[in-house]
Design a protein. Structure first.
Lengths: 132, 83
C-alpha cells in the first residue's frame, strides 16, 4: 500500500484505520503469523489495541498515517471493514470507491487502477474550471 | 451389506473430521466457522455520505473525527489489523 501512497502522494490523502484483529491466537491463529511471531489475543481494552497497533507501525516502519477504531468498533461497523477493506472518500465527503470485503476482495491493484482514472478525471474537471 | 458400507464410510468421515479438528485445534475450528459470518458486504454504497465516526490516535487518548481528513483531497481509507 505504501507504494500506492507514494505514487499518489500529491493527489490523495491516505489514512489507515486499525480495526479489531482478524487472526488473533484466541480465535483463528494463522500459521504464517506464528512463523513471523505475530501472536496476539483479541484485545479487550483500547490500551491493548493501541499496543498492537504501535507494534505494527514499528515493525513495518509503517508510513501511512494510522488511527485506531475504538473498542465499540464504530468504523468497522459503519464501513463493514473487517477483516480488511479499501475505500475512497471524495472531497465532497461521499463514498467514491468501495472495495470488496477482505481478505479475498482486498485488492490494492484494483484501487491503484481506479485511483489513476478517478484522479485524472478530477484533474480534468479542475483544469476546466480554472480556464473558465 | 450396503448398510455396513455406509456405516463404514460415515465412521471414516467422523474419524477424518476428528483428526482435522485435533490437528487444526478446536479453538481455530470455531474461529474458522465464525470468520465467514464476521465479514460483511455492508450497506454503505458509492455516493453515500461518509459515516460520522471518531477515531483514536496512536497515543491512545486523542480523538479525531474522520471528517478531519475529508475535504482537501480524495481520501483513501485502508482498514486492517496486524494479524
Amino acid at each position: 500500500m505504501d507504494e500506492i501512497r507514494k505514487k499518489f502522494a500529491t493527489r490523495a490523502e491516505f489514512l489507515t484505520i486499525y480495526i479489531k484483529e482478524a487472526h488473533p491466537e484466541d480465535e483463528w491463529q494463522m500459521t504464517s503469523n506464528e512463523d513471523q511471531g505475530v501472536c496476539y489475543t483479541q484485545p479487550l481494552t483500547l490500551e491493548d489495541r493501541v499496543i498492537i497497533a504501535r507494534d505494527f507501525v514499528e515493525r513495518f516502519d509503517y508510513a501511512i498515517p494510522l488511527v485506531i477504531d475504538p473498542m465499540e468498533n464504530p468504523a468497522e461497523d459503519a464501513f463493514a471493514a473487517w477483516p480488511e477493506r479499501l475505500y475512497v472518500i471524495g472531497v465532497d465527503g461521499r463514498i467514491a470507491y468501495k472495495g470488496e470485503k477482505g481478505p479475498f476482495g482486498f485488492d490494492p491493484d484494483e484501487l491503484e487502477a481506479w485511483l489513476e482514472t478517478y484522479l485524472q478525471a478530477r484533474a480534468g474537471i479542475e483544469s476546466t474550471t480554472l480556464i473558465r | 451389506m450396503i448398510g455396513r458400507i455406509l456405516g463404514f464410510i460415515v465412521a471414516l468421515l467422523i474419524l477424518i473430521a476428528a483428526c482435522a479438528i485435533f490437528y487444526i485445534g478446536p479453538r481455530n475450528v470455531i474461529g474458522i466457522l465464525t470468520y465467514g459470518r464476521q465479514a460483511r458486504d455492508g450497506n454503505l454504497q458509492v455516493g453515500d455520505q461518509t459515516p460520522p465516526v471518531t477515531l483514536v490516535a496512536l497515543d491512545g487518548a486523542t480523538r479525531h473525527p474522520l471528517e478531519e481528513w475529508v475535504g482537501t483531497r480524495p481520501l483513501v481509507l485502508v482498514f486492517g489489523s496486524f494479524t
